[in-house]
Design a protein around this ligand. Structure first.
Ligand SMILES: Nc1ncnc2c1ncn2[C@@H]1O[C@H](COP(=O)(O)OP(=O)(O)O)[C@@H](O)[C@H]1O
Ligand SMILES: [Mg+2]
Length: 470
């Protein structure tokens, strides 16, 4: 197992069910196995679980190489488990998981660990066997952003993702074109083109009327830029530059007149990995923004129907059937995960992902949405997001700024005394000394006997960790 056992006082009074962390822990039936307690206790070393029944915002922190992505994979495995293995994950009601993967390292989560020529992979397999984690099955899909990002070396099961142009919002357009849609002439020209194409229609070449379209692609916008409606209002240079950027966007194959609905990407019990590494950074933020925004909008509608079914005593049978159909066919409850979150959620400036995520962490719970953000730099995350985190999983942190950012936002007490050998340590010392794969978990709503943060050794992985360096 990853790290040493810590002597923490007062010692934990471990409940019979093991240590369950997260909202609703006291009566929880749904959860994923995270690892084992890394503290001295009188009893046998207990298992540590994270609850998944209720919605929550989880922050996963740690310096590079401390085990964040490995741990995120552990949690996601639990959500995507297909086998019946109640020692790994339990769910009375399955959720979907949507992971934004900026490094393209999670597609391997589809594969159970097996013996391998690679020594590290083989090591993980041996551990998995010892922990009864070998031979399990997982439901994982990976999406590459746009037909053009598919590579000949890709496995056949990677799916190309398409985003409908009409789904792009102002912030996303600003990021994609690298201009302000509000104040920049090019942005204003774009807004005009969208109006011409989707709303009013316009006179095309030879005076032929082009009717408004509900579904339109980037070439439709480029064509409208040649109309007199556009050329009489905007400088030729502005329109030329805009057409050029639309054509670069088009080359990704990511945008179409018709795109994937978020509901077509998500399925209960399935982990959907959105691979982002192949896209320029500005495009990545827009994709995360538009998909997350769609997810929130759709879940808001489904959650309202769910609430009426439970809370509205005046429902007639016919109405009930309609609502049940809305819930049945609607987007499932989802856990949204974002790795390397510091590149998406920094304060200041315009960021299409950050502004959607601020709403997501504040309102998502009401819509059946949980969030996991993982970052090596908690101090670089917008405070409005940090302050909403209720479950902290902190791996090794070394800078005071990052440690302070975590400690200032913890929702549970820290232990009175921590000892290592003969040394008495502060909480910050302990964070600095954690070994890879070891973390401190602090949850807002703990089992009544657990009102403090606990040290955990993360369990071995049941699927291949794609972050291994070859
Ligand atoms: N719980 C663990 N058990 C065993 N090895 C681990 C564990 N967590 C991390 N490691 C090792 O540390 C390496 C770096 O972990 P990773 O999660 O990729 O780091 P980062 O914090 O940068 O995301 C992994 O490739 C793996 O070899
Ligand atoms: Mg990582």
């Amino acid at each position: 197992m990853p790290g040493p056992i810590w002597k923490v006082k007062p010692p934990l009074d471990v409940p019979i069910a093991g240590v369950w962390l997260g909202p609703g822990a006291f009566k929880a039936t749904d959860g994923v196995w995270l690892g084992t307690l890394a503290e001295n206790v009188a009893s046998k070393t207990p298992n540590v679980w994270v609850t998944t029944g209720k919605e929550q915002v989880v922050g996963l922190f740690g310096k590079r190489g401390s085990g964040k992505s490995f741990t995120l994979g552990t949690l996601l495995e639990g959500l995507a488990l297909k086998s019946d293995a109640p020692h790994v994950a339990r769910a009375s009601r399955r959720k979907a998981a949507l992971l934004f993967d900026p490094l393209d390292i999670y597609w391997t989560t589809r594969f159970p660990v097996t013996s391998s020529a690679n020594a590290e992979v083989r090591g993980h397999f041996d551990l998995a066997k010892a922990w009864k984690l070998a031979g399990l099955e997982f439901d994982v899909e990976a999406w590459v952003p746009g037909e053009s990002s598919k590579r000949p070396s890709d496995p056949a099961w990677f799916k190309p993702l398409t985003i409908a142009v009409s789904d792009l919002g102002v912030d996303e357009w600003s990021a994609l074109l690298d201009v302000s849609v509000i104040s920049d002439p090019m942005g204003q020209a774009l807004v005009e083109l969208i109006t011409l194409v989707s709303d009013t229609g316009y006179s095309g070449t030879g005076g032929k009327e082009v009717p408004p379209l509900k579904a339109y692609g980037l070439p439709d916008l480029a064509k409208a830029a040649e109309s007199t409606n556009a050329t009489s209002t905007f400088h030729a240079e502005t329109l030329r530059a805009l057409r050029q950027r639309l054509s670069s966007l088009h080359a990704t194959g990511l945008f179409g007149a018709i795109g994937h609905a978020i509901g077509a990407i998500l399925r209960p019990g399935c982990l959907s990995v959105i691979m982002l590494a192949r896209l320029p950074a500005a495009y990545r933020a827009a994709i995360v923004g538009v998909l997350t925004r769609q997810l929130m909008e759709q879940r808001a509608a489904v959650a309202f129907a769910e609430k009426r079914l439970v809370l509205d005593p005046s429902l007639q049978p016919a109405e009930r059937m309609i609502l049940e159909a809305v819930v049945e066919s609607g987007v499932p409850r989802t856990v949204v995960a974002l790795d390397e979150a510091q590149t998406f959620l920094a304060p200041g400036g315009g960021s299409p992902t950050r502004d959607v995520f601020i709403r997501l962490v504040k309102e998502g719970r009401n819509f059946g949405l949980s969030v996991i953000v993982a970052t090596q730099q908690p101090a670089a995350i917008d405070r409005r997001i940090l302050s909403q985190i209720e479950t902290f999983v902190a791996h090794q942190l070394v800078t005071s700024a990052d440690i302070d950012a975590v400690v200032a936002n913890l929702k549970s007490a820290i232990p009175d005394v921590i000892e290592f050998g003969n040394l008495a340590l502060s909480f910050a010392d302990m964070l600095r000394m954690l070994s890879p794969g070891q973390c401190i978990v602090s949850a807002a709503d703990m089992n009544t006997t657990l009102r403090r943060s606990v040290a955990v050794n993360v369990r071995p992985r049941a699927t291949v960790h794609g972050g291994i360096e070859l």
